[in-house]
Design a protein. Structure first.
Length: 94
């Protein structure tokens, strides 16, 4: 049986992180469903729980999404479901 562990990510800008999380954390929920992880956000931190490979993938998605929003490539301050799905595919397939 694989033991679940946690990974904690900390982000600099709470506003950008809130955009990455989505309204009512809908983007986090999408990542949780796709990768079978648990994501908890508090302040500027997100804690990821689950199998090691899935946690790494979720962390990669969140970091890449945050970077894209921070660079101004996120459009009008919203994140589309398509963007989340694209990032999930990139994380899953390297």
């Amino acid at each position: 049986m694989t033991q679940s562990k946690t990974l904690q990510l900390q982000f600099e800008d709470n506003h950008i992180l809130s955009l990455a999380c989505g309204q009512h954390n809908e983007n986090l929920a999408r990542i949780e469903q796709a990768l079978d992880v648990s994501l908890d956000s508090f302040g500027n931190q997100i804690t990821i729980a689950g199998p090691a490979e899935a946690m790494q993938q979720a962390g990669d998605v969140l970091k890449n999404l945050y970077k894209q929003l921070a660079s101004g490539d996120g459009g009008e301050g919203t994140v589309s479901r398509q963007l989340i799905d694209d990032m999930l595919r990139m994380a899953e397939h390297g």
